[in-house]
Design a protein around this ligand. Sequence first.
Ligand code: HAH
Length: 338
Amino acid sequence: MVNSHTDASTKLHEAFSQQFLIGAAVNPKTLITQRDLLTEHFNSITAENEMKFESLHPAEDRYTFENADRLIAFAKAYGMAVRGHTLVWHNQTPNWMFEDHTGGAVNRETLLARMKSHIETVVARYKGCIYAWDVVNEAVSDSGGELLRSSKWLDIAGEDFIAKAFEYAHAADPEAMLFYNDYNESIPEKREKIYALVKSLKEKDVPIHGIGLQAHWNLEHPSIDDIRQAIERYASLGVKLHITELDVSVFQHDDRRTDLLAPTKEMLVRQAERYKQFFQLFKEYSECITSVTFWGAADDYTWLDNFPVKGRKNWPFVFNMAHKPKPSYWDILDAARY
Ligand code: HAH
């Protein structure tokens, strides 16, 4: 609901300055097209793609840092913090990493040596500029009995590729907070797997400091109760929590419509209600939640356009196509106040 008592110029990050950083994922385009919005309302940025393996390290002997460097320079120029995303992932990692010069699979020693070299190079380059790294992204399996998803990392290096990644990152920057990051994090079955993984890492004294809850949510799922239980379960491990990729799709999972030209009134009202509940919950747990990052900034650009349904636009943020506040923005400010 629009509140007459709220000044439209209230900066999101100022509203939560006592609780957590407010971040947005950016890319080289949005750093230009959304600059004013980003610098006004956010005090942290994350590279949507530019710090992923394939972006930084396309060939064994070649690193491409230009776009990532530009993002760091942007953050410095505007006094913003930077979250690093991501060092080890089964996606967006080039094949050369797993292959020898004949195209066959490398052995475990070679893969771990390459991983170490990549992590050392990247983490050392941005040492002191990045407050937290997503060290391992999405290693846990969504369904079935197995804990870890099948991947080349797991096949070749075995399950301790995860511990190794954290050790290498910690050695390269002992000050950076190191996170395990995943989606479907509030679904009870996967929550328990993520919990078990992080618990086992802690028991082995692996330097892990937090769990990233991606928070790709929608108008109905997950329930507030499931989100609360996930936060409590993860926090019970004594780690910090970051909300790392927040967005609220206006479509339910089984809604495949492609004819909508704008979000409906009902969608905007429900989205605002959801965002308000989320931020009330984040505030309640602000002892352990220290950063909340949206996976974008405004509805003119989102990774959810055409995904997972081709030809469909989505409107998952709290600022609209024209970078103006949506009902969700006002309701989040309400949550900040009470
Ligand atoms: C996230 N995966 C990734 O962490 C992020 O790097 C990417 O830009 C977008 C979303 C979520 C995900 C996915 O990519 C595919 C299926 C389910 C979930």
